[in-house]
Design a binder for this molecule. Structure first.
Ligand code: MTE
Ligand code: MO
Length: 237
């Protein structure tokens, strides 16, 4: 199961222009399908659930594999060329390379994934730098209220600062004891375990703090701004 046209990162050959066009067409179709799901309210059960009582959120089904979902652009990132900027409304903007990231305390969290396309995966063991640590260093200004994640593939997604500054929120480098693969957003991806997985930016490049909200890629295409799986916040109202 994948949102991704296969082989989107193969080397450019003589037919490259045509390939790019074809991949663009595949992507446009996937985006159109997902926009249609939002308009139709696909998979909505109309029920909320209490995370303290039911582990699987409404309308979700359990999987044991880990599907890849993205826009089909897999950036050629390595620990050597990856960089992270934290900027906007912070007292101390950060500009990190891999070494700077590794010099931070590394934390481990176990959390469940809930994707809006209805799959959930339990007990993912993550390791990386916590959002709390990052914020402690960057020091958001008092007026900062929202966060936009910018990724190397051009993807963006937004959350309230309070949802980023939360238990278990991580800039993850490892999953199940292994470096996160490029397909899954390595070397560094965001993990926000309390929200649908589209909020968890892969290949994160920049974390921007703002005084107001600014919608990201799926949020302007009919997907919910907050995205709480327990309240089944799949789509915008
Ligand atoms: N940079 C980036 N991050 C992204 C996406 C993307 O296209 N680009 N897709 C989002 C969506 S829709 C989902 S469901 C999850 C999928 O993560 P996975 O491929 O590791 O399962 O990544 C999210 N983060
Ligand atoms: Mo998704």
């Amino acid at each position: 199961m994948s949102d991704t046209p296969a082989g989107s990162d193969r080397p450019l050959g003589p037919d490259a222009a045509q390939d790019v066009e074809r991949e663009g067409a595949v992507r446009d179709k996937l985006v159109a399908t997902k926009e249609q799901w939002a308009r139709q309210g696909r998979a909505l059960t109309g029920q909320a659930a209490d995370p303290a009582r039911a582990r699987l959120p409404p309308g979700q089904r359990l999987v044991t594999d880990w599907p890849v979902l993205d826009l089909g652009i897999t950036p050629k990132l390595t620990t050597g060329n990856w960089t992270l900027t934290v900027d906007g409304l912070v007292e101390n903007p950060l500009s990190w390379r891999w070494e700077d990231f590794q010099a931070q305390p590394q934390e481990r969290f176990v959390s469940d994934i809930h994707c809006v396309t209805t799959w959930s995966r339990y007990d993912n063991r993550w390791e990386g730098v916590s959002a709390r640590r990052l914020l402690e260093l960057a020091r958001p200004k008092p007026e900062a209220s929202h966060v936009v994640f910018h990724s190397f593939d051009g993807y963006t997604t937004n959350v309230a600062l309070s949802d980023f500054d939360d238990d278990g929120v991580l800039l993850a480098t490892s999953w199940e004891g292994q470096p996160i693969s490029r397909d899954h957003g390595g070397p560094v991806r965001v993990v926000l375990p309390r929200l649908y997985f589209w909020k968890s930016a892969k290949w994160v490049k920049r974390i921007e703090l703002l005084a107001g909200d600014r919608k990201g890629y799926w949020e302007v295409r009919g997907y919910n701004n907050h995205a709480d799986p327990w309240l089944e916040e799949r789509y915008s109202d």
